[in-house]
Each structure stands twice: as structure tokens, then as C-alpha cells.
Design a protein around this ligand. Structure first.
Ligand SMILES: NC(=O)C1=CN([C@@H]2O[C@H](COP(=O)(O)OP(=O)(O)OC[C@H]3O[C@@H](n4cnc5c(N)ncnc54)[C@H](O)[C@@H]3O)[C@@H](O)[C@H]2O)C=CC1
Ligand SMILES: CCCCC/C=C\C=C\C(=O)C/C=C\C/C=C\CCCC(=O)O
Length: 264
């Protein structure tokens, strides 16, 4: 299936200046993607990533565009569509963890992810004149866990999962030709987990006991899994990636089949 081959494709990765996003960019370039556009609000890290990746992979295949996903969708998407067309792949990766700022958490992780998905989906969709494509949303195992911690973050990641299962549903894919799936990583060593405010103060102690038993993994593992899933994942699915193990398709939600919809 040519839609599942990376060779020659153009990809956009939000939040690709560091962490999981950077690892995804690096792995896409390792697998013959033609160009990867990093959109990030951290200008210094974005420029550094562009330089490092062009040094490693050559050919100016990495392009950094400065942008805050909560503010600059119009400017950045117009620039991208003008230079590269609708692109083949969007990785909605940029996200934050800050339980003291629920509004920013929802605006970044949920609202911006929804709006970026919508903008690229509409450009890519075959029934509107596009050539199809793939949208990968980075959710989290938080989207599949019930526990008393990180509840604003969890709310934002449930939204990402809901978007993926609905917009990416096979029924929509049949007309749009746009595949959408989610990756739900467990604890991954990045700045987000290692340096930021992890949970509200009153829960710090119990949360740290909870996370002591957790399995950690490298960002590069998630990058490798993103490439694997690009080649294998069906639309409207979600995969957990925990502790450096291979991806596992996440438990099914109540699924309404295409046959049922068509029988109505
Ligand atoms: N690290 C972990 O354990 C896990 C992370 N995730 C998710 O993976 C994604 C990436 O996280 P990490 O790499 O760990 O974080 P990170 O903090 O290392 O990197 C995030 C990148 O996104 C950028 N970014 C943040 N807000 C932005 C905005 N408004 N506009 C543009 N760029 C923005 C940052 O500048 C940074 O370069 C996030 O969506 C996160 O929720 C999911 C599961 C586990
Ligand atoms: C010890 C520091 C932990 C910091 C957690 C911060 C960010 C987590 C981001 C995620 O998206 C993952 C979310 C929640 C997982 C928390 C614990 C999981 C423990 C169980 C497991 O690994 O399966």
C-alpha cells in the first residue's frame, strides 16, 4: 500500500524540537521521509534540532518553523500548504503537563490538537480534492487510566483519544482517505516527565509512590514505534507503548461498525 510507505513523503511534527517529537522526526528521517517540518514554540531548541538533524541526515530535509500551536495555526498552516501542499503526514505531538494551569492544558493538548487535525484533515481529504494522508495523535496511557492523579492532563488526553476514535473512524476514512490513529505512551524520559511540575502538591507524595512501580522507556523507542505503526496501524485505532515494549492495540471502546451505520 503506497499510503503506508514513508519514502518520499512530507511530514509535519508539532513539538518536534525535543523529547518524543524530536525522536519521531529522527526516526522518520531514518526511514526515507523526504522532508520533516518541525513546528515548535521553542525557537532556540527548534533551530538547534534543525541544525543537528540536517547534519545527521543531510539534504536540508528538516525545516523548522517557529509557531505556538495554540496561536499560530493560520500563519503556519498557510506557509506549509503554500510550500509543500497538504503534506502526507501530520504528527500532533506538542503537549504540556501543568496541573496548575488547566486552561492552558486543555487549550494546548486538546483544543489545538483538534484544530490542527481539522485543518490538515480538510486539506488532505480526497472527497474535497486532496490526496489523502495520515494524522498521528500523541495521546498518553493517561487516556486509558482511572486513578486520582493528573486529572486535567487526563481530561486533555481523553479528548485526543475521542477525536482519534471518532474522526479517524473507518466510516469517515472511506470518504476522506485520511487515516488517523493515536499513540498512547507510558512514562518516557523527557523534560516533561523529568523537570516539570508533575502533580498538585497535596498529591506529590502518594503520586511518587505510585510512579515508583511504573515502567520507563526512551523517547527513541516511541519514535521507532511511530514508524512501525505508520506502516501497520488501521484508522481509528490507538496503541499503548509502555516500558520499551512493542505497541499493543488499546482496549476497544464500544465500537459502532460501518455496517451498522449503513444499515440505519
Ligand atoms: N514524556 C512522557 O512520559 C509522555 C509524553 N506524552 C505526550 O507526548 C508529547 C510530547 O511530550 P514530551 O516529548 O514528553 O515533552 P517535552 O516537553 O520534552 O517536549 C514537548 C515539545 O512541545 C513543544 N510545545 C509545547 N507546547 C507547545 C505549543 N503551544 N506550541 C508549539 N510547541 C509546543 C515544546 O516546546 C517542546 O519542544 C506530549 O503530547 C505529551 O503529553 C505522552 C505520554 C507520556
Ligand atoms: C515520577 C515522575 C512521573 C511524572 C509523570 C509525568 C508525566 C506523565 C505523562 C504521561 O503522559 C504518562 C501519564 C501518566 C502515567 C503515570 C503513571 C503511570 C504508572 C503506571 C504505568 O507505567 O503503567
Amino acid at each position: 500500500d503506497p499510503d503506508r510507505q514513508l519514502k518520499g513523503k512530507v511530514a509535519v511534527v508539532t513539538g518536534g524540537a525535543k523529547g518524543i517529537g524530536y525522536a519521531i522526526v529522527d526516526n522518520l528521517l531514518n526511514n526515507e521521509v523526504k522532508t520533516v517540518i518541525i513546528v515548535d514554540k521553542n525557537r532556540a531548541r527548534g533551530l538547534k534540532a534543525e541544525e543537528q538533524l540536517n547534519c545527521k541526515h543531510g539534504g536540508n530535509r528538516t525545516v523548522f518553523i517557529y509557531g505556538d500551536i495554540t496561536k499560530h495555526l493560520d500563519r503556519v498552516s498557510e506557509q506549509i500548504f503554500q510550500c509543500y501542499g497538504c503534506v502526507d503526514i501530520l504528527v500532533n505531538n506538542a503537549g504540556i503537563l501543568n496541573e496548575y494551569d488547566p486552561k492552558k492544558t486543555i487549550e494546548t493538548n486538546a483544543m489545538a490538537t483538534v484544530l490542527w487535525a481539522d485543518r490538515f484533515y480538510n486539506c488532505m481529504r480526497k472527497d474535497w480534492g486532496g490526496k489523502g494522508g495520515t494524522i498521528i495523535n500523541i495521546a498518553s496511557i493517561s487516556a486509558y487510566m482511572s486513578d486520582p492523579f493528573l486529572y486535567f492532563y487526563k481530561a486533555s488526553k481523553f479528548a485526543v483519544l475521542g477525536l482519534t476514535l471518532g474522526m479517524g473512524h473507518e466510516y469517515n476514512y472511506l470518504s476522506s482517505g485520511v487515516r488517523m490513529f493515536a499513540i498512547c505512551p507510558g512514562l518516557t524520559r523527557t523534560d516533561l516527565t523529568l523537570s516539570q511540575q508533575m502533580t498538585v502538591d497535596e498529591q506529590v507524595e502518594v503520586f511518587s509512590r505510585f510512579t515508583e512501580v511504573a515502567l520507563w522507556q526512551s523517547a527513541n523507542h516511541v519514535g521507532e514505534v511511530a514508524v512501525l505503526l505508520f506502516r501497520t496501524a488501521s484508522t481509528g485505532t490507538a496503541y499503548t507503548v509502555v516500558g520499551g515494549a512493542p505497541p499493543v492495540e488499546s482496549p476497544d471502546r464500544e465500537n459502532t461498525t460501518v455496517d451498522f451505520i449503513l444499515s440505519l
